[in-house]
Design a protein around this ligand. Structure first.
Ligand code: OGA
Ligand code: MN
Length: 277
């Protein structure tokens, strides 16, 4: 196998990791991969034919596994969430810009998604870099955002009558656990690098602490429009055995729902994070 190479795929977000077998990473290779993850926000690997046990073992090198309380697990593997879309299913999981687990008081560090079966075409995932999105704001707005805190929740998505709960009966469960809200800085420091990140997302941010709903909506809408600029994003095309390993603090993602009538199956392992400051 050729030597490990990290190839950035855009200036704002993402890098491809070439020349590695993630089942057999040396300590030196692991350090390089972990550094690249911190720098680029999402890493892409190709042709990694992992068993569920090997998937777990690779994920655990980065930290403790967080079991998502809403997703249906893979049969026999309670620590792996199944991200599945049936041929006749209309709605997909993650079909809008969001970051996972911002509704938790200690948001998960990241998720490692492994493709099992993908449509012939379609079903790509978009990623956006929240460090680049933050950097591109004016100094004036950066100063305004600095003391603000965003309010995040899972109720409107995973709770009783939540969007995902109603649309994906059977694939999403445990609605009664969607009771927690969390408040995080709107500009978060990356826990490992200290980089400033725009930490709000259209999926789970429901307001700004101390602001009226209308005031918050106006500012959040602007920030969402800004962060969605194409130059902050990258579009990843899957093959079976592809892995995307993203940092929830530093990126957003968006699962395209453009493959109706076709089946798609991914396995997701989520890793614990740290409190955000
Ligand atoms: C997720 C998610 C993206 C995809 O698993 O958190 O948003 O492309 N999935 O399936
Ligand atoms: Mn997601």
């Amino acid at each position: 196998m050729p030597a490990l190479k990290i190839r950035p795929v855009s200036s704002a977000v993402g890098a491809e990791v070439l020349g590695v077998d993630v089942k057999n990473l040396t300590d030196g290779e692991f350090d390089a991969v972990r550094d690249a993850y911190r720098t680029h926000g999402v890493l892409f690997f190709r042709e990694q034919a992992l068993s569920p046990e090997q998937h777990i073992a690779f994920a655990e090198r980065f930290g403790d596994i967080n079991v998502n309380r809403f997703f249906t697990p893979v049969d026999g593997h309670p620590r792996i969430a199944e991200v599945r879309k049936e041929k006749d299913q209309k709605i997909n999981i993650g079909g809008g810009w969001h970051t996972d687990h911002s509704y938790d008081q200690v948001p998960a560090m990241g998720s490692m998604l492994l493709a099992r079966e993908v449509p012939e075409s379609g079903g790509d995932t978009l990623f956006a870099g929240m460090g680049a999105a933050y950097d591109a704001l004016s100094d004036g707005l950066k100063e305004t955002l600095e003391p603000l805190r965003g309010v995040h929740s899972s109720r409107h998505v995973f709770g009783n009558k939540g969007k995902a709960t109603e649309a994906m009966e059977g694939r999403i469960g445990n609605a009664e656990a969607a009771t927690q809200d969390a408040v995080h800085p709107l500009v978060a420091r990356h826990p490992d690098t200290g980089r400033k990140l725009l930490y709000v997302n259209p999926g789970f941010t429901i307001g700004i602490d101390g602001w009226s709903p209308l005031e918050a909506k106006a500012l959040l809408d602007f920030l969402y429009q800004h962060a969605q600029r194409p130059e902050f994003s990258y579009r990843f095309q899957w093959q079976p055995g592809s892995i995307a390993f993203w940092d929830n603090r530093a990126t957003w993602h968006y699962a395209l729902n453009d493959y109706h009538g076709q089946f798609r199956l991914m396995h997701r392992i989520t890793l614990e994070g740290q409190p955000l400051h």
